[in-house]
Design a protein. Structure first.
Length: 92
């Protein structure tokens, strides 16, 4: 298995350095372990991660942006068919 790397050195939405950020699994719940094993994680500042208005756990638009990015990362290394088989939903 090839490890897909989505993590940058700063917040996905801002330029805040990763040392001040939290790691967010792009696909959670039942897909959290899959997200971990394929490296589908991003750094997010607390304002974009948790329960602030922009936080991906409450802001559907920002959550979708992260999921689309992760799917594109995955499909660069693998295929759309494999993404669908593993995650079961198309976000693009």
């Amino acid at each position: 298995m090839k490890y897909t790397k989505c993590l940058n050195d700063s917040c996905f939405f801002t330029s805040l350095d990763k040392q001040y950020c939290e790691i967010h699994h792009c696909f959670g719940a039942s897909n959290r372990k899959k997200s971990e094993s394929y490296g589908l994680k991003v750094y997010l500042s607390p304002d974009y991660h948790r329960h602030a208005p922009n936080g991906v756990h409450v802001n559907r638009e920002n959550d979708l942006i992260i999921k689309q990015f992760a799917q594109k990362c995955f499909e660069k290394d693998y295929s759309h068919q494999l993404f669908m088989a593993i995650f079961g939903r198309n976000y693009l």
